[in-house]
Design a protein around this ligand. Structure first.
Ligand SMILES: CCCCCCCCCCCCC/C=C/[C@@H](O)[C@H](COP(=O)(O)O)NC(=O)CCCCCCCCCCCCCCC
Ligand SMILES: Nc1ncnc2c1ncn2[C@@H]1O[C@H](COP(=O)(O)OP(=O)(O)O)[C@@H](O)[C@H]1O
Ligand SMILES: [Ca+2]
Length: 562
């Protein structure tokens, strides 16, 4: 029930129905009048069964005179309406559909006088102009070669018309080569002109935009990125992602779906989702930023192999995945990490990061608590500094700063990882048999716990370091001989761990390969913000005036007016 004072309330027509339409500071609601409903259905509704719909003002896209409609198809329809009832206005708003998808829906109200119609448009526009988080001007970068090479088409057909409809101005750059967007942002772009940057492409393209923006921000503030302990300045511009890549896990894990229209609507309503960013160094050299997966071993090898198969599009990952799985390489090294405080939860606590996540809002503990917690956390390998050390042979070392959910793995690499808690989930998969590793991988696609294996351990950490061990020459020769003959490392049957080790793998960092294996990683809490709000809890169907059934329960995003 909306308890806010009513700003405007009129009896208007919606289709052929009479409705009481009210606008408060935060909600636009319309309810078919009892008289209209009785005339239409012959049944009078019982109390509590009035057919109402309510939309939050912050989820309105735009309001305009009905004849000023925005697509040709609607122009014709709106024209007919305008002829019958010349004084009409149309409100476009966000409608939630299945699986976190949003659509832009229209509702047209017809008024008895021009003055009333103009008043409604004026008052709604006034409310919209108060929403200061909405972008008015955007800089758009399109990677025409990402994913299935449909980025330009997707933007032009699905996104640009919506931005135009919402009166957002855009400067569009179709990239001509890799790092075009990054370098343009780093040095050339006049960022004062814009309220945000839009990335049309995949995770690799997002990574370019992030690097351009974050590096530019540090340069402008005189911060040296090469210093591991430098306090980085958060980027002021938000980034919107229109998914048009191969994995698109950053979009999927922050919005809940890979759908260009949904992403465009999150940009239009001016959502804001802070995101953790890992800074990756090799000694005193800054290497890269990462927001999703930093993977050594299995995922690093998949990425390296898949780069050679780019022409295959998204399918390259499946092919390289199978090949890498059959190779079954393991890598030796030492990993040291600084665990997160206990109150930040742990990767197996099943607390999913959702819109308005309470874990992300917890922040660091007060000083004395921090001391107690770090005392508690000390492990056997802890040397007193709070750091833990693990040595061994690994099939994969993955750091997931967010769940990394994507269509391939809807719950992700670390289902309970958080978008903006200042931590990353470090997953260590020790050497095991192919069969066991396959079982582990399969659990990324079903409900079973992928961490519930003796050869897997997972830690929530704030920092980590990796130091590969160099291989003795003998075992390297064994491997190359075996691989030369078969194309793959030899396959062993049964449960026994049987795998060969190359000296080093590479790190994949949000889909880009790093040039060093020996790295130091530090999580920067909420360094960048996206035009997103995190994944919303599944919502009940919206109630509509046409709906003959009883009202569904109101949801947090859709206040209901009785
Ligand atoms: C047996 C089936 C196992 C399926 C396991 C799927 C786990 C998928 C986890 C995906 C995490 C993705 C994290 C995001 C990474 C992206 O930053 C990054 C770049 O994205 P972009 O191309 O859009 O720029 N994408 C990736 O690194 C893609 C990783 C995809 C890995 C696919 C692995 C498939 C493994 C298949 C093993 C099959 C064994 C078959 C045995 C007969
Ligand atoms: N015009 C371009 N030509 C070639 N490569 C590009 C271009 N624009 C961006 N890239 C690069 O393409 C790579 C993959 O882009 P991305 O959009 O993530 O697609 P995918 O998800 O298919 O990997 C990124 O590393 C990015 O730097
Ligand atoms: Ca995190």
């Amino acid at each position: 029930m909306d308890k806010q004072p009513v700003l405007l309330c009129s009896r208007l027509f919606q289709k052929r129905r009479q409705a009481d339409v009210t606008l408060s500071r935060t909600v636009l609601a319309w309810t078919e009048t009892e008289k209209s409903r009785k005339r239409r259905t012959g049944i009078s509704s019982f109390s509590g069964k009035a057919h109402s719909q309510a939309v939050q003002v912050c989820e309105l896209v735009t309001v305009h005179k009905a004849e000023e409609d925005w697509t040709r198809r609607r122009k014709k329809k709106a024209k007919q309406v305008a002829e019958l009832y010349p004084h009409a206005f149309t409100v476009s708003y966000v409608r939630r559909t299945q699986q976190h998808r949003w659509r832009c829906a229209d509702v047209t109200f017809r008024c008895t006088s021009l003055a009333l119609c103009e008043r409604w448009i004026h008052v709604i526009n006034e409310r919209l102009s108060l929403l200061s988080n909405r972008p008015k001007s955007l800089l758009v970068y399109i990677n025409p070669y990402g994913g299935k090479r449909r980025g330009k088409h997707i933007y032009e057909q699905k996104v640009a018309p919506l931005f135009q409809h919402a009166c957002i101005s855009t400067d569009v750059i179709v990239t001509e080569h890799a790092n075009h967007a990054r370098d343009h942002l780093k040095t050339e772009a006049n960022l004062d002109k814009y309220d945000g940057v839009v990335c049309v492409g995949g995770d690799g393209m997002f990574s370019e935009i992030l690097h351009g923006l974050a590096t530019r921000t540090q340069t402008d503030h005189g911060v040296d990125q090469n210093q591991q302990d430098a306090e980085l300045v958060p980027c002021s511009l938000r980034i919107g992602i229109i998914p048009a890549g191969s994995t698109d896990c950053i979009c999927f894990a922050t919005v809940g779906t890979n759908d260009p229209v949904t992403s465009a609507l999150h940009i239009i309503v001016g959502d804001s989702q802070p995101m953790d960013v890992c800074s990756v160094h090799h000694d005193d050299t800054f290497l890269s930023y990462s927001v999703s997966l930093l993977g050594y071993g299995f995922y690093g090898d998949v990425q390296t192999d898949s780069e050679r198969k780019r022409w295959l599009g998204p399918a390259r990952y499946d092919l390289s995945g199978v090949k890498t799985f059959l190779n079954h390489n393991h890598y030796e090294g030492t990993i040291s990490f600084l665990p997160a405080e206990n109150h930040m939860g742990n990767p197996r606590d099943k607390l999913l990061c959702r819109s308005g996540c309470s874990v992300c809002q917890r922040g660091p503990p007060v000083k004395e608590q921090q001391w107690q917690l770090s005392e508690k956390k000390k492990t056997e390998t802890d040397d007193g500094s709070g750091w833990s050390v693990v040595r061994g042979k690994f099939l994969a070392i993955n750091a997931a700063s967010m769940s990394c959910a994507c269509p391939r793995s809807p719950k992700g690499l670390s289902p309970s990882a958080h978008l903006a808690d200042g931590t990353t989930d470090l997953i260590l998969v020790r050497r095991c048999s192919r069969l066991d590793f396959l079982k582990h991988l399969l659990r990324h696609t079903n409900k079973d716990d992928q961490f519930d294996h003796s050869f897997v351990e997972v830690h929530r950490v704030k920092k980590f370091r990796f130091q590969p061990w160099l291989q003795e020459p003998g075992s390297l020769e064994d491997l190359s001989e075996a691989t030369k003959k078969t194309g793959f490392a030899p396959i062993c049957s049964g449960q026994t761990p049987c795998s060969y080790s190359k000296a080093q793998s590479s790190w994949t960092c949000d889909g880009e390969i790093l040039c060093h294996a020996d790295i130091q990683v530090s999580v920067r809490c909420g360094l960048v913000r996206l035009f997103a709000r995190g994944i919303e809890e599944q919502q009940p169907q919206q109630c509509v005036l046409d709906d003959p059934g009883p009202l569904s329960a109101p949801d947090p995003g859709q206040q209901h007016v009785d």
